[in-house]
Design a protein around this ligand. Structure first.
Ligand SMILES: [Cu+2]
Length: 195
């Protein structure tokens, strides 16, 4: 009985003080910024962040070009130009049923949208067909973008086994299993999308 209790206490301690670490690596085969994130973890939910993110339309560009948020985040779409802009998308994570048009609005107006479904969302402006951007909705708070060398680092990752996905607008997304115990390395080589 005493031994069983000790085992239970140990198990609780391990759970409470589970180590966290870093998953890092390099995304190659593509150019520009890539996004790397941990896919949904079975049995775990993450409260939606209360802080809002911002996507601006300024100088006839979406700014930033790539915005990564955790699932459940509200994004405020601003128009800082003197011309009217539109915000719309044709799919979320490839699901065309989640297409949405937020409408067209003038300078100074802001409209917000809560992204409850994970995946990559290609943004469009129907007024300016050249404008493009992406919102990447990560199912977990564990995500990172690559630097100029293609390197990324996801921090504060609890030890465990995960599916990690790398996304790039010019490449085919790739997922792999990664087991992290303090530190893990996961490199990705994405094949270029043919357009
Ligand atoms: Cu526009």
């Amino acid at each position: 009985m005493k031994e069983a209790s000790a085992t239970l206490v140990m198990a609780l301690l391990v759970t409470t003080f589970a180590n966290a670490g870093t998953i890092k690596g390099k995304v190659s085969g593509v150019s520009g910024e890539s996004v790397v994130y941990i896919e949904a973890i079975s049995g775990k939910t993450f409260p939606a962040p209360t802080a809002h993110a911002t996507m601006d339309q300024k100088g006839l560009l979406f700014q930033p070009h790539i915005l990564v948020v955790q699932q459940g985040t509200t994004v405020e779409f601003q128009n800082s130009d003197t011309v009217a802009h539109n915000v719309a998308w044709s799919s979320v994570g490839g699901n065309k049923k989640l297409a949405h048009n937020m409408g067209t609005w003038p300078k100074g107006e802001m409209r917000s949208f809560k992204f409850d479904n994970p995946g990559a969302i290609p943004l469009m402006c129907y007024v300016h067909p050249d404008m493009s951007a992406y919102v990447i909705v990560s199912p977990t708070p564990y995500f990172a973008t690559t630097d100029k060398a293609g390197e990324y680092k996801i921090e504060n990752v609890p030890d465990g086994s995960y599916t990690v996905t790398a996304w790039n607008e010019g490449g085919k997304s790739q997922s792999k299993s990664v087991t992290s115990a303090g530190e893990a390395t996961a490199d990705f080589t994405l094949s270029k999308l043919i357009r």
